[in-house]
Design a protein around this ligand. Structure first.
Ligand code: ATP
Length: 347
């Protein structure tokens, strides 16, 4: 079992907080992405799990073992935590062949030669590297090098794997295919994985849950679907997925549906709070109809393949995003109706 527990973790550098009030439970075998803008503390949190940093306050445990505790001064070093790392820079030994790089964690453990060959072959096959075993790292592409780093992780059978923007150096097409490699790796090993990225589509594609971070805090830790459909703050609504956050008023909970006022019109909303004051309007909440309650003007029409993305201006000038099967000329006046967007409270 390698669940991960962070309890009231703070990390300060020269008195400046990089992580604040981090309390989170990551389940055994879960793939969790740490997502947020540059400087929000993702790498610091990962380095703390790895043991390269110690918390200023709070405690960290991996599985049954506490690995760091600011109050007692406990700080288990990285090599004594059963974890694997995959970095952007691959961190391969340049003078060793692919096979020797992959076998390296087994050399250090001192197991029998036959077991070493068997386990190394299995890791090479699992990452599609069996034909590259004798090459040197300099003779490989970026994607292949990242596979070597994964294969090396696989042989060491870690309880948890920590990945810091491992695809950042790769081109877009290779990133997509490597996402499948990471997902396969996760299915195969059942390891708990913590994956740092600032790319929301990457996090959405792979993670069971995403911890969205802002200014050193985890602002929401939820499945990709919940983050998209039920954001709890303007920051999460804006950072995950497309859409616009707008203020609403006069929320009415009587009857079967919750209703609110938006630009002097009544709309139906979805919410789990008594007095929401904001809605998150995604393109799928907006339909273009002759009889739409609100008027909107087409400002931009972009072809996405099979459909168009429209930027529309509401009567007060607020831009919203919609989708349509048809192309519209700029300046066209349309009727739009709004179907049950998510509403939440933010002070
Ligand atoms: P990026 O996406 O740019 O890598 P990040 O979310 O991973 O950013 P961190 O690298 O964790 O962010 O940095 C969080 C904050 O802590 C930043 O303000 C950074 O300047 C600061 N910081 C990180 N490491 C140190 C350090 N060793 N000494 C001083 N400040 C640090």
């Amino acid at each position: 079992m390698a669940d991960i527990n962070l309890t009231a973790v703070e990390k300060h550098f020269d008195g400046v907080p990089a992580l604040q009030s981090i309390t989170a439970h990551l389940n055994d075998g879960e793939f969790v992405a740490l997502l947020g803008p540059s400087g929000c503390g993702k790498s610091t949190l990962l380095r703390l799990l790895a043991g390269f940093e110690t918390p200023t306050q709070g405690a960290v445990s991996i599985g049954a073992a506490e690995v760091a505790n600011a109050a007692t001064g406990l700080a288990v070093p990285p090599e004594a935590r059963n974890i694997g790392f995959v970095f952007q820079s691959y961190a391969l030994w340049p003078h060793m062949s692919v096979r020797r790089n992959v076998a390296y964690p087994l050399d250090v453990r001192g197991i029998s030669k036959a077991d070493k060959i068997r386990q190394t072959d299995a890791a090479l096959a699992a990452t599609g590297l069996q034909h590259y075993a004798d090459r040197m790292p300099a003779e490989l592409s970026g994607g292949q090098r990242q596979r070597v780093a994964l294969a090396r992780c696989l042989v060491s059978a870690p309880d948890a794997v920590l990945l810091d923007e491992p695809l950042a150096n790769l081109d877009v097409a290779l990133r997509a295919s490597m996402q499948d490699v990471f997902s396969d790796f996760h299915d195969r090993t059942g390891a708990t994985m913590v994956y740092v990225t600032h790319d929301q589509s990457e996090a959405m594609a792979m993670a069971d849950r995403i911890a969205v971070m802002s200014e050193g805090r985890i602002v929401q830790l939820d499945t990709p679907e919940i983050l998209y459909n039920q954001p709890r703050s303007k920051f999460v609504a804006g950072f995950v997925g497309e859409g616009t956050v707008l203020p609403i008023g006069d929320v009415d909970h009587s009857g079967n549906m919750v209703q609110a006022r938006l630009l002097r019109k009544t709309i139906t909303i979805k919410t789990d709070t008594q007095s929401p004051n904001l809605i998150c309007l995604r393109p799928e909440h907006i339909s273009i109809t002759e009889t739409g309650d609100l008027r909107a003007e087409v400002q931009r029409c972009t072809y996405l393949g099979g459909r168009y993305r429209l930027t529309l201006h509401l009567p007060d000038g607020t831009p919203i995003q919609a989708e349509s099967r048809d192309r519209y000329a700029l300046g066209t006046q349309l009727g739009v109706s709004i179907k049950a967007p998510w509403a939440f409270t933010e002070v």
